[in-house]
Design a protein around this ligand. Structure first.
Ligand code: 9PG
Length: 494
């Protein structure tokens, strides 16, 4: 295990960390702050890597794939894995008396890891992350503009609601490329090909009608998951990832109860995944949002114990890519970030946006900043600005509507600032009929593509993440800072 001792006083340093998967926190913090870990163990599987959790300690910071320590002069140290296809790279920085100890542990076959002292941390982070992207054949196709059903219809989505929005979008000439149906159409988790009654139709009927309107049809799947009530589980209980006691391992608690995940070291599971992706592609969905992907990489008892977690995950994702086809557009979500490079076209880089700013009780009292909130989404995606070298980043949707939302004017514009800063995919979920003139204007602004921004500095921050970019500054604090209101974003004057 490589280990380094830095001769810098811990009081002088900041640390840049990135959590394991899409929804795990990424931060820029004083090294002596405490890295929080959710109090509820059931959140560990869904928001983190249970095998390498945030430390929960002051002065001890854990990060996946990449870690940086920043001195007050902007120089410092950067470590980065140079391959993540079958190995997880775990970094830890630990304040230790007058110095700092950094360790790097690998879970999986040995891979090359970079560790550098540099006068320019921002530049080194970008260069090493680009190296990793190149070595893993990162896919970075042109970004797309997506309407997604989740953030207003949630699980009550209907075939008609999607089509009504698509028709209105066409009438108003809104520049969406993709109309993507999210969770709520399927009979059960795992039973993707059978409709749920309340959806009011069959998902198979959607692509032709969307294509007629000039949109690319998109579909959400959580392809590795199976509910205990599903036909998939009933027919193949032996396909599930297991716990030490031999029974299927519960891997999360959405959908009102526990669910299981497929063991992707089984060849018949890989066949099933390939067929699933091929089938929905054949129905006319070339755009797939593949969600809750973390399941296949969880610690557990696998059919083939010689396959490591990262490799098992990658085998599952590879089967989906093979079934969907090389030219399908795959968006990963709830996914181990670096292990997905080269297989997905785009990746969610933060927790879900929500029509509210902060879920304070969950974040501060329960230590869980991976739950849905606009603050959590902005905070995390900003600290991952460099990951555009790995795929098209998806910082999640704009919320332009004023109805059915608790966001204020300032907060809506901060969300717009996030999209503009991160670049990558653009998405919206607003029911288009709810948008008045200013709402439509804000939506159109959010669909304007931009190139990813660079931080201006990592030595200052208005709120625990990277907030100072070349085009503008974010204030994620609850008090004014630098002349910017709480939760605000201000563009720099030219
Ligand atoms: C569909 C949704 C949407 C959304 C995804 C994902 O950790 N959590 O509490 C948590 C809740 C919801 C969630 C992710 C994490 O949402 O990100 O875009 O597709 O699933 O069920």
């Amino acid at each position: 295990m490589p280990e380094w001792t830095l001769p810098s006083s811990p009081t002088d340093l900041r640390v840049l960390v990135s959590g394991y998967q899409s929804w795990s926190e990424a931060e820029l913090r004083p090294l002596l702050d405490r890295q929080s870990v959710p109090l509820m163990p059931w959140r560990w599987q869904q928001g983190h890597d249970p095998a390498f959790l945030p430390s929960g300690e002051a002065g001890v910071w854990r990060s996946h794939t990449l870690l940086a320590l920043i001195r007050p002069d902007g120089g410092g140290w950067v470590g980065c894995a140079l391959d993540a296809a079958s190995t997880f790279t775990h970094w830890e920085a630990r304040a230790d008396g007058n110095g700092v100890r950094v360790t790097c542990t690998l879970e999986g076959p040995p891979v090359e890891v970079a560790w550098e002292e540099t006068p320019d941390v921002i530049g080194a982070v970008e260069r090493l992350s680009a190296d990793l992207g190149r070595r893993m054949n990162a896919r970075t196709p042109a970004p797309l503009r997506v309407w997604c059903s989740w953030y207003s219809y949630y699980r009550n989505v209907t075939l008609d609601a999607v089509l009504d929005n698509a028709r209105l979008a066409r009438e108003l000439d809104l520049p969406f490329d993709v109309f993507q149906l999210d969770d709520g159409f399927q009979a059960d988790l795992g039973d993707w090909l059978e409709p749920r009654l309340s959806f009011g139709g069959h998902v198979q009927d959607l692509p032709a009608r969307l294509a007629e309107l000039g949109f690319t049809p998109g579909l959400w799947l959580a392809p590795f998951l199976a509910a205990p009530t599903s036909r998939l589980f009933r027919d193949h209980p032996d396909w599930m990832l297991r716990g030490e006691d031999g029974s299927p391992l519960p891997v999360g608690h959405n959908w009102g109860g526990p669910y299981f995940t497929l063991d992707t070291t089984r060849p018949e599971v890989l066949d099933w995944l390939r067929d699933l992706a091929r089938t929905v592609r054949g129905w006319g969905f070339p755009y797939l949002k593949l969600d809750f992907l973390y399941g296949a990489a969880l610690p557990g008892v696998r059919h083939d114990p010689s396959v490591g977690r990262a490799q098992a995950y990658r085998n599952g994702l590879t089967a989906l890519r093979e079934g969907a086809g090389e030219d399908a557009f795959l968006l990963g979500c709830g996914a181990p970030l670096a292990a997905s490079i080269g297989l997905v076209d785009a990746m969610r880089t933060g927790p879900d946006v929500a029509p509210l700013w902060d879920d304070e009780s969950r974040r501060l009292w329960l230590g869980d900043a991976s739950g849905p909130s606009t603050r959590n989404a902005v905070h995390t995606s900003l600290a991952r600005w460099y990951q555009h070298a790995w795929y098209q980043p998806d910082p999640d949707v704009m919320i332009a509507r004023r109805e059915l939302s608790l966001l204020g004017h300032t907060e809506r514009h901060t969300l717009l600032g996030l999209l503009d800063t991160v670049g990558g995919l653009r998405a919206s979920s607003d029911p288009i009929e709810l948008l008045d003139g200013p709402g439509l204007e804000l939506l159109r602004a959010s669909l304007r593509l931009s190139t990813p921004e660079r931080p201006r500095t990592l030595t200052q921050s208005f709120g625990g993440t990277v907030t100072h970019f070349t085009r503008g500054t974010f204030n994620l604090l609850d008090v004014p800072a630098g002349g910017i209101p709480p939760h605000g974003y201000r563009e720099r004057e030219a």
